[in-house]
Design a protein around this ligand. Structure first.
Ligand code: RB5
Length: 151
């Protein structure tokens, strides 16, 4: 199945060292399928701090450079926390396809965050396919996501 890129902007990618190998796998998939992306780093398995890369991806969504992204750290938690500090980001930490489906359907997530050390490449692939092929349901869920930003 082809990965459907929501919208026509490149997909933003970010990881720390613990997510780097999974990000390389995803970049391989995107290259194979001609999907445009911007890689905000990191670029090796050398130890780094996940907020540095989560914030780069978060800023790209806040400024409109990207509409969607994929973020990866070891557990997914740290980079997810950094991303969700950005006003326009709704990043969902996913570990199976059903959660990836529901985070689009109910939460209109614009970043798929993956726990790189806890999942297989095949599981990541299935979550990516599901995430990018599921549309937001709107309705009552729109009212709920409208209440997420701090005022
Ligand atoms: C790095 O060792 C690890 O702490 C990081 O990738 C992530 O799991 C943090 O939430």
């Amino acid at each position: 199945m082809t990965i459907f890129s929501q919208g026509d902007k490149p997909i933003g990618l970010a990881s720390d060292h613990a997510g780097f190998t999974m990000k390389k796998y995803i970049i391989g998939l995107f290259d194979e399928q001609g999907i445009r992306y911007i890689d905000y780093g990191t670029d090796s398995t050398d130890s780094v701090d996940y907020p540095d890369f989560g914030h780069k991806l978060g800023k790209s969504i806040d400024t409109g450079e990207c509409d969607f992204g994929i973020a990866i750290c070891g557990t997914g938690n740290g980079i997810n926390m950094a991303l969700n500090k950005h006003q326009k980001v709704r990043s969902g930490l996913c570990w199976n396809s059903e959660i990836a489906r529901l985070v689009r359907l109910h939460n209109d997530a614009n970043v798929l965050t993956l726990p790189g050390r806890m999942i297989t490449q095949q599981e990541a692939y299935q979550m990516i396919i599901t995430f990018f092929n599921t549309n937001f349901e709107g309705g009552r869920h729109q009212d709920r996501i409208n209440k997420i930003p701090c005022i």
